[in-house]
Design a protein around this ligand. Structure first.
Ligand code: CP
Length: 309
């Protein structure tokens, strides 16, 4: 893989970069099965997690990943920092830059903030989710999980369901899957799914049409109420009936032997019924498990410019 300082989007990566990170994630996953789960590849390096938006999976798995690689990890808690006194992102970064961090993992509600930070620091910056723009580490763990399940990604069909409009996951995951030769379609209400002519991705508005397309994976997105100023559908119950995995729809998914994925956190009773979480081909917990290996691989392959001073 070419030397890269940052991971900001999937689009910025070459096909070779994507395959290299995925292949190394397999090696990292193998390592995680050993009794000693730590390697010294980032020993002496410092990793800062800088999350301006809430996170459970991404934050904790980057922290675990960095520790498995023997890095020193500092978690910057925005709610207890001078950000609440009005300090700007630039001034926060200048302050943190003075501490000579090697890696900064950043999540922010504004699209583009990780790129701004990347331009102002010698540290490697990883975009852990910026607004509705991109979530590249999620894309890697999703691709890894599909490859692990089916042996390859090329030719697989994935229907991404729901709130495409506000979803950085939909953007990054559909991009990586298409780059790896999968076919992707979107399913959801017209208010939340862009037209095919804007994305190049086929769009369904009825679950039955999506089933007729013969997918391998049904990938449900979280309804992002926090990014909606006004309702985009009548109510949660109606959304579940039309676009959720209801118990009835789960039966059909099971008969067709399809996999279910979701980036989390799941709104139970909206995207998925409780039974769906126990379905034999529900990969939600596998996605979380694979997040550590994928993020270890990402950190391993980035080259901070701090190494050159
Ligand atoms: N998938 C995802 O980004 O989850 P978190 O918000 O918990 O990090």
């Amino acid at each position: 893989m070419n030397s890269r300082k940052d991971l900001l989007t999937i689009r910025a990566l070459s096909d070779e970069d994507i395959r290299t990170i995925l292949d190394s994630a397999s090696a990292m996953k193998e390592l995680l099965t050993k009794s000693v789960k730590k390697v010294p590849v980032l020993k002496g390096k410092s990793v800062l997690t800088l999350f301006y938006e809430p996170s459970t999976r991404t934050h904790s798995s980057f922290e675990v990943a960095a520790k498995r690689l023997s890095a020193d990890v500092t978690s910057f808690t925005v709610s207890q920092s001078s950000v609440v006194k009005g300090e700007s992102v630039h001034d926060t970064i200048d302050t943190l830059q003075a501490m000579k961090m090697d890696y900064i993992i950043v999540r922010h509600k504004n699209s583009g903030i990780p790129a701004v930070i990347a331009r102002h620091t010698r540290a490697s910056v990883v975009n852990a989710g910026d607004g509705a723009h991109a979530h590249p580490s999620q894309a890697f763990l999703d691709a890894f999980t599909i490859r692990e399940k089916y042996g390859s990604i090329a030719g697989r069909r994935v229907v991404i369901v729901g709130d495409i409009l506000h979803s950085r996951v939909a953007r990054s995951t559909s991009l990586i899957l298409k780059r790896l030769g999968a076919e992707v379609a979107y399913l959801g209400p017209g208010s939340l799914v862009p037209l095919e002519r804007h994305t190049g991705i086929p769009r369904f508005t009825h679950f039955d049409d999506a089933f007729s397309w013969r997918p391998d994976v049904i990938y449900l997105l979280r309804v992002q109420n926090e990014r909606m100023d006004s309702p985009f559908f009548p109510n949660a119950r109606e959304y579940h009936r039309v676009y959720g995995v209801t118990e009835e729809r789960l039966k059909r998914i099971s008969d067709l032997d399809l996999a279910i994925m979701h980036p989390g956190p799941v709104n139970r009773g909206v995207e998925l019924c409780d039974l769906a979480m126990e379905y034999r081909n529900c990969l939600v917990n596998k996605q979380v498990e694979n997040g550590v290996a994928a993020r270890m691989s990402i950190l391993y392959h980035l080259t901070p410019h701090t190494r050159q001073v």
